[in-house]
Design a protein around this ligand. Structure first.
Ligand SMILES: C[S@@+](CC[C@H](N)C(=O)[O-])C[C@H]1O[C@@H](n2cnc3c(N)ncnc32)[C@H](O)[C@@H]1O
Length: 256
């Protein structure tokens, strides 16, 4: 029986998913009670995981007070073994409220697009890491396929791709940070392919983007202008990751 194009393309390329980050931490074999900092922790989801899975002490830092308040609220409902290991502090990637050479693991997932300077952020990771400490960084970057008007939709306030998402800037910041690159993985669209294959996330984002763009007045009236822009930006983020206009990378770094 002839194989159709659709039959060929329906076969998964077995994309990796975000659980690869936890597998990487496992491979580092950190001693329980080692100190980790979750940079841009949001509501603390990953800080709790690092404490629960590996017995690490984790300081989650984020500049947004609302995220810290929510993370502290969630902490109150966690089992004592997790809650006692996790705390949350106000901070940014380039101002981590921890002393020099005290941290065993910097975990930074999906936060670097927001930083004003990648160079000072990576330098700050090096400052807080103890010699031999590791940084596991997941980053989304823009590629040459992203057209200027598409950047404008994604970043309506800036109107251009922020420097923190520029591939060359990122490479330069890591090179000059004093950290050693142990591994770099170009994931491209893998995480979003995985999300699409398991829960249809990308096709739903595409459908939502189509609706938002076809009838903006309707959705601006229902959601408000700010929420409309955020919703469209988030949908396009997923779609552009699928199309290779954005790409994603993981770096494992160490302080010599
Ligand atoms: C997309 S969320 C990612 C949250 C979490 N790391 C995760 O993977 O689910 C980006 C986070 O970065 C935080 N953020 C914004 N500016 C930052 C900065 N300058 N330094 C560190 N984090 C920042 C935001 O408040 C937000 O919590």
């Amino acid at each position: 029986m002839a194989t159709s194009v659709a039959d060929v393309l329906d076969q998964s390329l077995a994309p990796r998913d975000p659980s690869m980050l936890l597998a990487t931490v496992r491979s580092l074999d950190l001693a329980p009670d080692s100190l980790a900092v979750d940079v841009g922790c949001g509501e603390g989801e990953h800080a709790f995981r690092l404490a629960a899975h590996f017995g690490l002490r984790v300081v989650g830092i984020d500049p947004v007070q609302r995220h810290l308040d929510r993370a502290r609220e969630v902490r109150r409902g966690e089992p004592e073994a997790v809650a006692s290991r996790v705390s949350f502090e106000r901070g940014t990637a380039d101002r981590i409220p921890l002393r020099d050479a005290t941290v065993d693991l910097v975990w930074c997932r999906d936060s670097l697009p927001h930083v004003p300077s990648l160079a000072s952020s990576y330098r700050e990771f090096g400052r807080v890491l103890r010699p031999g400490g590791r940084a596991l960084v997941h980053q989304v970057l823009a590629t040459d396929l992203l057209a200027p008007e598409e950047a404008d939709w994604l970043f309506p306030v800036l109107g251009v791709v922020p420097a923190s998402m520029d591939l060359d800037t990122s490479d330069g910041a890591i090179r000059h940070s004093g950290l050693v690159v142990d591994a770099s993985v170009d994931l491209g669209s893998e995480w979003v392919e995985h999300a699409e294959e398991t829960s249809g996330t990308a096709s739903r984002a595409l459908l939502h983007a189509a609706r938002l763009q076809r009838d903006p007045e309707r959705y601006r009236e229902a959601l408000g202008d700010a929420a409309y822009d955020v919703a469209l930006g988030e949908c396009l983020w997923t779609v552009y990751l699928m199309l290779g206009k954005l790409t994603s990378r993981v770096h494992l770094l160490s302080r010599p």
